[in-house]
Design a protein around this ligand. Structure first.
Ligand code: NAD
Length: 509
């Protein structure tokens, strides 16, 4: 397959520096890939640029159909892909399966809705009848994707799919920790009939990503806030459009009228999905005082039933961490909290008996906002739980963050829940089921404040990949040669329209 030869620019050229991809559970090298150079990235983008007009000319339905074929194959062949994801991340089988289910549903959403969303629109002309006004949607050209390691399938393709359907060609730079899933899945796109130059992978590290930003026409980045800021600066210098899906410190509020069984089990799910390494993972919990003790008791009841393991199976709730950096930060946040008075209620230790990067699901209580664990993104398996007086205090503390990605709350009063949700400074809010907006592809997802710029999913997630072009056509039915904008005919039409507007305004009163 062409894509493999290219991404593996690579496997044949000896002088390329390479990076090793390791299995976090065994610590064994699975394979090495090249660190794409400036020339490699530029060549990939040049091929993508040459392929783009023909790809766009196919039309949205034909493009969407190819992506549908690819997602069907992905679904059919999900077992080896799940194993591939697990091999390079160490995550549980359930978390890897969810990645496939999400992409499958994403493709279905855009296959159904993109043809309508991208259709040229008629708009009101300045001079109705004698002029026509339309908006057409044109692809940007070559879109670059720079993605993280925590969901090597989902985060690599969630933006790339709508970009392709919108008529862009794509060059993907996956995380240096987890490039193998992306390589295989792009190969499957080519097998499904998408031309090899339309979608390519360049493997490498941050330097490869930085080069990509220098040569593409749009950049969609998912990763840390620190890297996102650098990309935004470079994109601004080049005046190219971009979107950034960045870090978070997602709050979860438990109101006193919540169903505590659902709240406790849902909080654990929201926290320990992918061992806490989810951008929309629950990072801090605020519980109304009236139910605090009962909620914490239920948390303990359920957390004791969670399985931490390297084994396969959907009954494993928590797998390995992927990178030592997250393990060390998790420990540092726990140590800082304990030094400032927090108590470890559950967990708190490494589990080297399971693998080098396993860490127990951990619950902290007696926490406050002086602690790192309530301020900085932990991205690991630690759940800090804080008692608050009432909902007002919970809202104030939830909004006391530089981040604003997702938020969650539990209540049985759905109306009040929706009112409180609208007061939270976050891109989305999930009521009674954390992380649900992420899989709801009809709604936009993305961050406020330092959690990002732009939105993925929904119509917003598709339309960022096109640029609107206005086309206004004069029928010339009444046109005469004239050297001024204010010729007699134009003046009388303007006056007529002005009188018509005054009349319709009067009738509406
Ligand atoms: P990271 O910023 O270290 O790396 C992300 C990607 O950027 C990698 O492919 C990396 O090689 C590349 N990169 C690094 N430096 C670069 C540079 N100067 N120019 C261009 N590219 C560069 O992030 P990470 O550790 O891989 O991912 C974890 C972070 O991602 C967390 O903060 C998490 O919250 C965030 N995240 C956000 C979302 C979201 O949807 N908002 C989703 C997943 C992860």
């Amino acid at each position: 397959m062409a894509v493999v030869e290219r991404s593996a620019i690579s496997d044949v050229i000896d002088h390329h520096p390479r990076l090793e991809v390791k299995n976090p559970i065994t610590n064994h090298v699975i394979r090495s890939v090249v660190i794409g150079s400036h020339e490699d990235v530029s060549a990939a983008v040049a091929r993508a640029r040459a392929a783009q007009p023909a790809w766009e000319a196919r039309g949205v339905k034909a493009r969407a159909e190819l992506l549908r074929r690819w997602s069907d194959q992905l679904w059919e062949q999900r077992q080896p892909i799940i194993q591939q994801i697990r091999e390079e991340t160490g995550k549980s089988e359930g978390s890897a399966f969810i990645e496939i289910a999400l992409i499958d549903n994403l493709v279905d959403y855009y296959v159904r809705h993109a043809p309508r969303l991208l259709r040229p629109q008629k708009r009101r002309a300045a001079f109705p009848i004698i002029q026509r006004a339309q908006v057409h949607y044109k692809a940007h050209g070559v879109a670059g994707f720079i993605t993280p390691w925590n969901y090597p399938l989902m985060n690599a393709f969630i933006d790339l799919v709508p970009a392709l359907i919108a008529g862009n060609t794509a060059v993907l730079k996956p995380s240096e920790l987890t490039p193998l899933t992306a390589l295989r899945v792009v190969e499957m796109m080519v097998e499904a009939g998408i031309p090899a130059d339309v979608v390519q992978v360049v493997t490498g590290d941050g330097s490869t990503g930085a080069t990509l930003v220098d040569v593409v026409d749009y950049v969609a980045f998912t990763g840390s806030t620190a890297t996102g800021r650098k990309i935004a600066v470079r994109a601004a210098e080049r005046l190219i459009p971009y979107s950034l899906e960045l870090g978070g410190k997602d709050p979860l509020i438990v109101l006193q009228n919540a169903d505590l069984e659902l709240a406790a089990s849902g909080t654990l799910r929201g926290k320990f999905e992918n061992a806490g390494q989810a951008c929309i993972g629950t990072e801090r919990v605020y519980v109304e005082a009236a139910v605090y003790e009962a909620f914490v008791e239920r948390l303990l009841h359920y957390v004791e039933q969670m399985t931490l393991s390297a084994e396969r199976g959907f009954d494993v709730h928590v797998g390995s961490l992927t990178h030592e950096r997250e393990l060390k930060r998790t420990e540092a946040h726990i140590a800082d909290a304990v030094a400032k008075g927090a108590k470890i209620l559950y967990g708190g230790k490494r589990r080297p008996d399971l693998g080098p990067l396993f860490f127990e699901p951990t619950i902290l209580v007696d926490v406050d906002h002086s602690m790192l664990v309530m301020q900085e993104e932990t991205f690991g398996p630690v759940l800090p739980v804080m008692r608050v007086h009432d909902a007002e205090e919970a809202i104030r503390l939830a909004n006391d963050s530089v981040y604003g990605l997702s938020a969650a709350l539990f209540t049985q009063d759905l109306k009040r829940g929706e009112q409180i949700a609208s007061r939270l400074d976050s891109g989305d809010v999930c009521i009674n089921r954390p992380q649900m907006t992420f899989g709801t592809f009809s709604v936009p997802m993305g961050g406020r404040k330092q959690s990002g710029v732009g939105r993925r999913n929904g119509p917003e997630g598709l339309m960022r990949f096109v640029t609107p072009q206005a086309i206004v056509t004069d029928t010339t039915w009444f046109s005469k040669p004239t050297l001024t904008q204010a010729d007699p005919l134009t003046i009388s039409v303007i006056q007529g329209l002005r009188r018509f507007r005054a009349l319709t305004t009067f009738l509406r009163m």
